[in-house]
Design a protein around this ligand. Structure first.
Ligand code: PMP
Length: 271
């Protein structure tokens, strides 16, 4: 298995950056993550565009053009020869002498074998709400402190994931975007103070052909009236949500619109 760090393809077990790196010392870095299916990178342009945006947002220079990154990714995929995988591009704050000033960013590209569901999950996720706003939400930063810190709470409550909100206004989960479907078949997704998920954009584009789609703030008090709910991400694709705190969503079973959107997303077909 090979990784790529700063102009070098290197065996995974030898890949390293300085312990002085600002990502390690202060949590300062960005990344993006996309999947490969049958050896083909999925939505690579969208992920690279977001990667450059995240880097710019954190004032981290990227010493590579988009085309150069594509060539590196293609070569890494050839060397590792994995059909289905996740590829992560990380850009760190670099080895900082002062421990605070941004230095020369390290670019790290890693690949891991991964399988993605071809079937919609039979049982929806149970979410528990938690008041929190991600820092610099438009950037895909390496900071998942709150999401990881809340893992014991998820286990205690026999839930699957957290749903962040601010004063009752829902944003996203720690690693996915949030949607509801209303009883009159409107598809609504949160708009502000979130990471613009690539899967979210795909779902919006797919849904727009058949349904009314709204991007706007969603309040927790709208949940009892929702017919369906789901979250979206590169890894989870589309995951139905059956319960949020004590509120059962719809009939508590996976809704027809969620099923249709999943099939469109994963197979590009109408079922
Ligand atoms: N929000 C956050 C905070 C995330 O980390 C992710 C996962 N990248 C998402 C949303 C979903 O984005 P995507 O569909 O691009 O994976």
């Amino acid at each position: 298995l090979y990784y790529y760090i700063n102009n070098q393809f290197i065996p995974a077990d030898q890949a390293a950056v300085s312990v002085k790196d600002l990502a390690l010392q202060r949590g300062y870095g960005v990344f993006d993550f996309f999947k490969t299916i049958n050896g083909e990178a999925q939505f690579l342009d969208e992920h690279l565009n977001r990667f450059f945006n995240s880097a710019q947002h954190l004032r981290l220079p990227v010493a590579y053009s988009k085309e150069a990154l594509k060539a590196i990714i293609a070569e890494l995929m050839q060397q590792n020869n994995m059909a289905d995988s996740g590829i992560r591009i990380t850009l760190t704050g670099g080895a900082s002498e002062s421990g605070y000033a941004i230095a020369t960013p390290n670019l790290i590209i890693t690949q891991q074998a991964m399988q993605f569901n071809h079937q919609l999950a039979g049982k929806g996720f149970r979410l528990i709400t938690y008041q929190h706003q991600r820092q610099l939400p438009f950037a895909k930063t390496t900071d998942y402190i709150m999401g990881i810190w809340l893992q014991p709470l998820i286990q205690q409550q026999h839930a699957d994931e957290i749903l962040y909100h601010q004063n009752g206004w829902i944003t996203e989960t720690p690693r996915a975007n949030f949607f509801i479907v209303t009883k009159d078949q409107k598809i609504i997704t949160t708009k502000n103070n979130i990471l613009q998920g690539i899967t979210r954009n795909r779902i919006i584009n797919i849904a727009q052909n058949e349904f009314e789609v709204e991007e706007r703030d969603i309040h927790l008090n709208e949940l009892p009236d929702a017919a369906e709910s789901f979250i979206t991400s590169t890894t989870k694709q589309l995951m139905p949500v059956s319960q949020i705190d004590e509120i059962m969503i719809g009939k508590g079973t996976t809704g027809e619109i969620s099923k249709w959107l999943f099939n469109q997303l994963v197979f590009h077909v109408k079922i």
